[in-house]
Design a protein around this ligand. Structure first.
Ligand SMILES: [Zn+2]
Length: 262
């Protein structure tokens, strides 16, 4: 008898479940180092499809997976980032709490039932294929505007603050320096983000402009993630960076959504 997983749509012959298969593959990873090299992909793939993360955990894991796959993010950098993001919200567990809506409606083209595991090479290729498909399949979900009003309000505030700080900084810099360019790019990119948050742009923003804003704010996010660990929790600098990181993630999602025409 065939069993279909209600969460991801995987079909198994017999009474095996996705959890059974996942546990079996995880055991294999722990046993054979050549299988373990894709551990940072296999776990989020399974957790994302089965909506096991909290809402924010889901979004974070999805972005991280996309960075691994699309930007070739290195493991060491990711560990640092994860460490920072966990530090910055120690009270909010990555799995507990409100779930992201709409995950159940995504039509997943690849599931854990499709993962081949006869050889390590086959397994690694298969997991990568799975991860790529997840990024694509959930792209539409990402663009459904799942941010709450409160979140958008917070985002707006943090982006405005980044914009005015950058503006102030640029006025003190020599126009020939890269720092000046970075600050003026920040001001412009924040303006794009604010237009998207408010929905005030009467005409469609050009693709190249969105692309530039995306690159600039991605850099700003990386910088914020790199420095937050230097501040003690509870200090104003820590709170500032934490709010900025959250806001930049929302802004980047809004830009991506706009680029996808959603
Ligand atoms: Zn499943």
């Amino acid at each position: 008898m065939a069993c279909t997983c209600e969460k991801c749509g995987a079909v198994f012959i017999g009474d095996e479940t996705c959890d059974d298969r996942f546990n079996m593959l995880q055991a294999k990873e722990l046993e054979v180092p050549e299988y373990f090299v894709v551990h940072h992909l296999s776990v989020p793939c399974f957790m994302l499809q089965h909506n096991r993360y909290s809402r924010t955990g889901w979004i974070d894991a999805y972005h991280l997976l996309a960075q691994f796959i699309q930007d070739g993010l290195k493991l060491e950098a990711a560990r640092q980032m994860l460490q920072n993001s966990f530090n910055s919200k120690r009270d909010s567990s990555i799995t507990k709490g409100e779930k992201l809506l709409g995950v159940e409606d995504v039509k997943w083209r690849v599931t854990i039932a499709d993962v081949k595991h006869n050889t390590a090479q086959e397994y690694c290729d298969s997991i990568t294929t799975w991860a790529k498909a997840i990024i694509e399949d959930a792209a539409a979900l990402e663009g459904t505007g799942y941010f709450s009003e409160a979140e958008l309000r917070e985002t707006r505030r943090a982006i405005l603050s980044l914009q005015s700080k950058s503006e102030k900084a640029s006025s003190k810099l020599n126009a020939d320096t890269w720092q000046y360019r970075m600050m003026t790019d920040n001001v412009k990119a924040c303006g794009i983000a604010l237009a998207l948050i408010d929905g005030t742009s009467a005409v469609a923003i050009e693709h190249t402009t969105l692309n530039e804003a995306f690159a600039v704010l991605s850099d700003a996010l990386r910088r914020a993630e790199a420095v937050i660990g230097k501040f003690a929790e509870g200090t104003s600098q820590h709170t500032l960076q934490r709010n900025r990181i959250a806001a930049l993630k929302v802004a980047l999602t809004l830009i991506k959504k706009e680029m996808a025409g959603l």
